[in-house]
Design a protein around this ligand. Structure first.
Ligand SMILES: [Ca+2]
Ligand SMILES: [Ca+2]
Length: 134
């Protein structure tokens, strides 16, 4: 490596973790499944790393469109690759429409609650609908 015009060399770059407080709420940036899915897990990817303990059967839920009780499922979160997964205990009903929801109780590592719509005051959950193949 040659000298730069000012005579300085850059031989090492250290990135320091900044301790500025994180006040940005997390959001869901992508979800699965899409319509027509069969036996697929329901997943939600976030804009940043989340506090794993805040992703659970209370904050990540699935309902049949016309039912008020949650589908029995196991919720897990892999903080490394970022998707949270909801794995229903039994196969979803063919042809039925389901609504998945990540509640505002889901928090980032700094404790900021999910806010899916920044244009509305307060915190909004993320909901998405999909139809299982008939
Ligand atoms: Ca944040
Ligand atoms: Ca909001």
């Amino acid at each position: 490596m040659g000298a730069s015009p000012t005579g300085w060399f850059i031989d090492d770059v250290t990135v320091y973790e900044c301790d500025v407080a994180d006040t940005t709420p997390p959001q869901v940036k992508s979800t699965t499944p899409s319509n027509g899915a069969i036996g697929a897990d329901v997943t939600a990817k976030f804009t940043e790393g989340m506090k794993a303990s805040t992703l659970n059967g209370t904050t990540f839920t699935l309902n049949r469109n016309d039912a008020s009780t949650n589908v029995e499922a196991v919720v897990s979160y892999d903080g490394v690759t970022k998707p949270a997964t909801l794995n229903p205990d039994s196969n979803l009903d063919a042809g039925a429409t389901y609504i998945a929801k990540v509640a505002t109780g889901a928090k980032d590592k700094a404790g900021n609650k999910l806010d899916q719509d920044l244009s509305i005051a307060g915190n909004q959950p993320k909901k998405w609908k999909f139809k299982v193949a008939p």
